[in-house]
Design a protein around this ligand. Sequence first.
Ligand SMILES: [Zn+2]
Length: 68
Amino acid sequence: MIEIAAKLYVGDVVEMRKQHPCGGATWEIVRVGADIGLVCRTCGRRVLLSRRDFARGVKRFVKRGETS
Ligand SMILES: [Zn+2]
């Protein structure tokens, strides 16, 4: 799981294990740094997660935002 989180790109869309209270399950990565910034694609709420928390909580990648 840690390895997944090592390769993150702005624009990646991920599904988290826990649903957001709004019912949304997919998040777009908007910031990649010491913390990972995520925006809920359903309600638009922005959250910051540590890389560790992100690695623990991520379920799968829906779309990769990397552009060559
Ligand atoms: Zn939400």
